[in-house]
Design a protein around this ligand. Structure first.
Ligand SMILES: *Cc1c(COP(=O)(O)O)cnc(C)c1O
Length: 379
């Protein structure tokens, strides 16, 4: 089945009691049993919920995987995966990963005796020297935030397999429409559903996706044991969002390309980062593993000052100044003072997060309006 048809139909079947084409919101905490232990497969809503089941089925299908398990946020999904580790285990992680994942690893799980090593991965072979017989997970994100570095999933998967470590890919920035890491050798895919999959800036949710039955069973065990489950209303909203994921992603990609090319020709703009440019250092890898280059664009100003960037961000009218990404509306953000504020200036500048760096989550509005908005703000 092709991507668009999959997005519209994945996991959703007419409701058995009424034939409702949309999966109902089963807003219930428990299920009546006809006798002790005699029930329809549902006992208590932390453990199972039909709306959540439909969403989990859908997520597995759109990621070309066998299993998906949903959580109350992207961080709750990552937290669950960390709980599968034991003291002494080692994790190799990309060095410019999402700040929240970095915080969870270094501030929460490091103290339980798990060792995290953060490595630059634009040349994936470099990972090899850090792998030991204790390495249990290799954690990558591609493209990364906000510098849009792209990691070669196939190469990292090969290294992981050689060492019997699991490869986890945070696929949030790509969405399953543009990239399906399971097809490239990933063992587990993590999502902040909050972003593109939900797509309408109204839900916080996360998911883990895998093929291995034993891993899925452990994740479901932890989902039930720790209890960070999403509510049925949110599951319904995400099921609705998935139906247009392919259309939205194509519009995000088109608009991001238009915006990136406009910025590149603007006299006040310094560097523009977008994986679709042929001179992006990982352009060929992006082309080989993604169906499109995504909706994110980062750029700096020629006059590289903090104040200059703040001025631009205060002036945009369609681009709203806010954290997050992946919604239908365009957002503008300043990594140096927002997502990366806790990282010392010298450290963040080493990875390209300079004072004037601006990150755009390009929405699906009309591209002319987006260009005009940026033009007047830069002016
Ligand atoms: C937002 C985000 C997360 C965390 O997800 P939440 O839903 O906010 O908990 C993880 N990884 C990436 C790449 C993100 O953008």
């Amino acid at each position: 089945m092709k991507s668009g048809t999959k997005m519209v139909h994945a996991g959703v079947e007419p409701d058995p009691t009424s034939g409702a084409i949309m999966t109902p919101i089963y807003q219930t905490s428990t299920y009546v049993q006809t006798g002790p232990g005699d029930h329809k497969g549902y006992e208590y809503a932390r453990t199972q919920n039909p709306t959540r089941d439909a969403l989990q089925k859908s997520l597995a299908i759109i990621e070309n995987a066998k299993h998906a398990v949903c959580f109350a946020s992207g961080m709750a999904a990552t937290d669950t995966l960390m709980k599968t580790l034991n003291p002494g285990d080692e994790v190799i992680s990309i060095n410019d990963l999402y700040g929240g994942s970095y915080r969870l690893m270094t501030k929460v799980y490091a103290k339980y005796g798990i060792k995290f090593t953060f490595v630059a991965m634009h040349e994936a072979e470099q990972i090899r020297q850090y792998v030991t017989d204790k390495t249990k997970l290799i954690w990558i994100e591609t493209p990364t935030n906000p510098m849009l570095n792209v990691v070669d999933i196939r190469v990292v998967s090969k290294i992981a397999k050689e060492h019997k470590a699991l490869l986890v890919v945070d696929n949030t920035f790509s969405s399953p429409h543009l990239q399906t890491p399971m097809d490239l050798g990933a063992d587990i895919v993590m999502h902040s559903i909050t972003k593109y999959i939900s797509g309408h800036s109204d839900v916080i949710m996360g998911a883990l996706v895998c093929n291995d039955n034993a891993i899925a069973e452990e994740l479901l065990f932890l989902q039930n044991s720790a209890g960070a489950v999403p509510g049925p209303q949110d599951c319904f909203l995400v099921l609705r969002g998935i139906k247009t994921l392919h259309l939205r992603m194509e519009a995000h990609c088109r608009n991001a390309e238009t915006v990136a090319r406009f910025l590149r020709n603007h006299p006040k703009v310094g560097k523009v980062v977008w994986p679709g440019f042929e001179d992006h250092p990982n352009h060929e890898i992006a082309k080989s593993q993604m169906k499109g280059f995504g909706g994110m664009v980062s750029f700096s100003l020629k006059d590289d000052t903090f104040e200059g960037a703040v001025k631009v961000m205060k002036k945009t009218k369609i681009f709203s100044l806010a954290e997050s990404l992946g919604g239908v509306e365009s957002l503008i953000g300043h990594p140096a003072s927002m997502t990366h504020a806790s990282i010392p200036k010298e450290e963040r500048e080493k990875t390209g997060v300079v004072d004037s760096l601006i990150r755009l989550s390009v929405g699906i509005e009309d591209p002319e309006d987006l260009i005009n908005d940026l033009e007047q703000a830069l002016g």
